[in-house]
Write a protein that binds this ligand. Structure first.
Ligand code: PHE
Length: 434
């Protein structure tokens, strides 16, 4: 085993960083608007069901593969069979593509923090948001700034960079979230938002909703991109990897629900629509903040919270490629960070411009931003998860009994990993590509 490999200071650091990876834009930005789009409580039920059944197995398998092989993704797959090397390579590639659109949204967040402090007079955030994202200068500068911040922590290594960022940002995130929930629940008619979240209307069930729920579940848990494999590979000794898996899933789900409890009561209290799509947190919420006393303070708190969540996830997305660069090319983390910064900028800048100047440039009928979002969350992440389950289950021969003491659940894990999850994923990919 390579003794120069970094490792976590403690089990707590590993779990906190994994929760930091999982809890991100997926929870606060994507989850509420997808839930709004697919009818609220019914979506929630399907989503929770999928998280507990389908997602548990690949999450545990990805962490376990990292922990057992103790290598970055490409080397890990290669050590199982040299033929799998290109499949391993798909992980850092997916990370680079995800970061290229994820960081554009990170840049928007920085802008909203900035305007919360400087000027908060806009009465029509819908017009403001669309004219802002169409710009060619500020959105690009802020995207690069967000990327730079993540790179800064990454280049400092596991302990001084990744652990430090999570130790500071995750508690700040949690405190702000709780504060904003209390604020939101005290607004008039807040109960309407809670009812919307928890009272199901079964007429809204559809096949498309199932797909959306599964895509959301994989994305929010950071499954299928090598982030968990890479974080798992830095575990020294953790007897209870199953417990870690539960903790990550439970925390991520709690934070998504809390994000809903923070956002929906405010939306219903102001008689607004919960289904405004991707603009929910950049248009609907700022419209509310603009109407309340000290709205700019609430706005700053909300966007700083979003920033913390996005940064800790962004770090984990980049770590996959950084680990591959440093371990395979034997270069320093700083050098690897500079190279990665250049590569990601080259894709993220066009992605940011695809709302304005490059709007007309399309790939398969989608703008660059939408294309990156679609190919990563609907194709590459399910595909990588499929390969991971096959390699872990059939070739590395991971067995449930290695981690799970209950015989029944251990066997269920084996069947799930080898047969059920791959079948479901093939179905999802087929449906997504149709
Ligand atoms: N899980 C993160 C979120 O919810 C996104 C992410 C995806 C992070 C894949 C790492 C790997 O925002």
């Amino acid at each position: 085993m390579d003794s120069s490999r970094p490792s976590w200071t403690s089990r707590y650091s590993f779990i906190l960083a994994s929760i930091g990876s999982a809890v991100g834009l997926g929870n606060i930005w994507r989850f509420p608007y997808i839930m709004g789009k697919y009818g609220g409580a019914v979506f929630l039920i399907v989503y929770l069901f999928l998280i507990l059944t389908i997602c548990f197995i690949p999450l545990l398998a990805e962490l376990a593969t990292g922990k057992i092989l103790k290598k970055e993704c490409i080397g890990a797959y290669e050590s199982v069979n040299p033929k799998f090397k290109p499949l391993g390579f798909l992980n850092p590639l997916t990370g680079v593509l995800i970061s290229s659109f994820y960081f554009v949204v990170g840049g928007w967040i920085i802008n909203y923090i900035y305007i919360s402090f400087v000027s908060y007079k806009t009465s029509d955030f819908s017009g403001y948001f669309s004219s802002f994202i169409q710009g060619s200068t500020l959105p690009v500068i802020f995207t690069l700034l967000f990327l730079f911040m993540c790179m800064f922590f990454i280049s400092r290594g596991i302990k001084k960079g990744i652990e430090f960022a999570n130790n500071v940002l995750m508690p700040l995130f949690a405190v702000l979230l709780i504060g904003l929930i209390i604020f939101s629940l005290n607004l008039p008619n807040a109960n309407l938002g809670i009812e919307y979240m928890f009272k199901p209307d079964f007429s809204k069930v559809s096949a498309e909703m199932f797909l959306a729920a599964l895509g959301q579940a994989l994305f929010t848990l950071s499954i299928g991109m090598g982030a968990l494999l890479t974080y798992g590979s830095y575990i020294k000794e953790d007897k209870s990897i199953v417990k870690s898996t539960y903790t990550i899933i439970f925390s991520d789900t709690m934070f998504a629900l809390m994000a809903g409890v923070m956002i929906f009561p405010a939306i219903f209290s102001f008689g607004l629509e919960p289904n405004s799509g991707a603009g929910l947190v950049f248009v609907t919420l700022p419209n509310i903040f603009a109407k309340i006393p000290f709205g700019n303070v609430v706005s700053a708190a909300f966007f700083i919270l979003l920033f913390c969540a996005a940064l800790t996830s962004g770090i984990s997305i980049l770590e996959v490629a950084i680990a591959s660069f440093t371990e395979r090319m034997k270069i320093s983390r700083i050098k690897a960070s500079v190279i990665l910064f250049i590569i990601i900028s080259a894709i993220a800048i066009p992605a940011s411009l695809s709302f304005g100047k490059l709007y007309g440039v399309t790939l398969f009928g989608k703008t660059i931003f939408d294309f990156l979002d679609f190919t990563t969350s609907s194709i590459l992440m399910p595909l990588n998860t499929l390969f991971l389950c096959i390699i872990a289950g059939w070739f590395l021969k991971i067995k449930g009994s290695q981690f799970i003491s209950n015989k029944f659940f251990a066997v269920l894990f084996d069947i799930g990993l080898k047969f059920i999850i791959p079948t479901v994923l093939i179905g999802v990919l087929w449906a997504g590509l149709k």
